[in-house]
Design a protein around this ligand. Sequence first.
Ligand SMILES: CC(C)[C@H](C(=O)O)[C@@H](O)C(=O)O
Ligand code: SF4
Length: 762
Amino acid sequence: MTSRSPKGPRTLYDKVFEDHIVHEEEGGSTLIYIDRHLVHEVTSPQPFEGLKNAGRKVRRTDCTLATVDHNIPTMSRKNFKSTATFIKEADSRLQVQTLEQNVKDFDVTFFGMTESRQGIVHVIGPEQGFILPGTTVVCGDSHTSTHGAFGTLAFGIGTSEVEHVLATQTIIQNKSKNMRVLVEGDLSPGITSKDLMLHIIGVIGTAGGTGHVIEFAGKAIEQLSMEARMSMCNMSIEAGARAGMIKPDQITYEYLKGKPLAPKGAEWDKAVAYWNTLHTDEGAKFDHEVIINASDIIPTITWGTSPQDALPITASVPDPARVSDPIKKSGMERALKYMGLTPGTALKDISIDKVFIGSCTNSRIEDLRNAAVVVKGYKLADNVKLGMVVPGSGLVKAQAEKEGLDKIFEAAGFEWREAGCSMCLGMNPDILDPEERCASTSNRNFEGRQGANSRTHLMSPAMAAAAGIAGHFVDIREHVYKNNDSAKLSISQEDDKALQEHEKEPLQPAEEQINDIPVSQETKIESAPAGMKPFLTLEGIAALLDKANIDTDTIIPKQFLKTIKKTGLKAGLFFEWRFNKGQEHNLKQTDFVLNVEPYTNAEILVVTGDNFGCGSSREHAPWALKDFGIKCIIAPSFGDIFYNNSFKNGLLPIRLDQNVILNKLVPLAKAGERIIVDLPNQKIVDTRGNELVGHFDVESFRKHCLVNGLDDIGLTLQKEEFISKYEDIRKEKFSFLEGGSKLISPVRGAKKSPFGVTAQEW
Ligand SMILES: CC(C)[C@H](C(=O)O)[C@@H](O)C(=O)O
Ligand code: SF4
């Protein structure tokens, strides 16, 4: 088994993956080198603590760049004195201060709150030229996929993997499958890459890309700007993909040339010569291909609680009565109830309470320009309580102010804020009140995402801005622009009619996520290091979750991510489902399965729907499940990052065919009977010894680690010889990557920041 593709034409993904192989393990796992590691405050406290405890250092500080974004308030920093006084919320403050301390202790380049290069982690990296074509990029954040716009292999990782990368500059990976989304033809005027991506997710579904790396290709993609490409690749994770990629081209090079960390002179020429080889060869095979006709796409927004609930703006709220699949039907009913919507209502008739323009999907300068041109000369509608514009970085903010965009927004009644994640997930004070409806340019509309019981509709910046002006959703093509040259865009009635009938069934998710290797040989039990308990046989009660697309925001909402520890997360598990706010805001337990006897003692979750653990990379999800007592989850498919994170925490995720789950396991779960999961023999039996599942797949390396309770940082460090050999070759072949974030320098007049690090202005 090798992760190298056979001789012959290769895809863009094959090429980048193969150029980073440090060592191939038995059984298909591969150690790959990581060129760029972005770090933020939410997923880094535990890894840095892990390094400290083990006496390890950050292997390549030049390959690492940190900032603060999720927790920070977005109000004016004019009177900023210190983090201690500026961040009022204690847990948020502690997380930010912990990173401030860690970057000092580990000598990591950091854009803190006192300087203009701070911003959302996925905005600041490209802005500096830190992200270069052909590199491998990771971050403890699912939207790392953004950087695939440069032809990088970029993906989100869990907190354990953050520690692994900090310590070893490598990561253990299984090669994903290749998928291509070919977007043929031209996008119509006014249609953005956000509309295109929402449309694609609506077509393939949130599990459509699971186990794959998607390459976006075709004429419509080639015509997109770098910022528009980033918005698209950003949401590859919402399509379930490991990563999204677009081949680098002239547009990429023009964007990069002159950026502070982009190669210069002869190194630039050497880099471009390499980058020009980064494309899918003629005749290369994709495991899966989807063809989209760009001219089919009209402005698209979401109506439900999953990004795949996307419809053209001309459509109406869908009717569950027309859906036959019982899991889909009940999911849809639940979403409509949550969103407070009635089937048949025209999307354009839905009124809104708030507008959020920001997030790593749509907070770059082009996004702000597109929104500003819409609001220019208008005021927010009377029913709109708040419109917020949150630039992606201090540099975006400065550029927008130079162009006068802030004044346009403020004149219309929008609030102009400082850079950060803000209301995309509301870890800071920017949240919606219960039942408030928001036109949002972010990427996730999960239950509770922007605040408990909040209602999020995803759309492009221009559409969100127009909704703010009108007070309800509008078709941007009908917007009348004031004081500028943008003409009203025309709608082809025919196109609209065809698109109204949009209830397309998402494609089935890939039948297997990763090539599992059944293990026939006996697994040798080695003694486990302290911390991870070996996983052998588990006997326990199974609780049933009859739902698809259970995202990690639902498993553990954002307010529980502010911890700097891995423990004590049980209280937050399925928080919105397990608790209701009673009178005087006392928490009351609901009749959610884990609150009901005997399932309060469940050790196994049996999930009937696809894509359990989709969405965010938060390793807090497996931590919370483990803390509750869950040790094994059985589902038809899992979100890739969650699947990975589970193994790192001794939690066994098992993928089984939906029919097997329904026929063999659901009856026992409903009866509250115990089942036995036998990992060494890879089977499931009942307490009388009857076989329920004769064989389940699990990759041999993962099984080995679980059965032996092994820490994979220790294992990787034993490969030091291979890592340093790779680094020697890299220094020659990819000399233009050397130096990295260490080449960032403070400018003249830089001031000392309150925590003693020189503020870096640019
Ligand atoms: C906090 C972080 C782990 C998370 C992610 O991985 O996506 C966040 O950025 C999000 O958008 O939910
Ligand atoms: S998705 Fe939202 S919370 Fe996550 S990194 Fe992007 S802006 Fe931040």
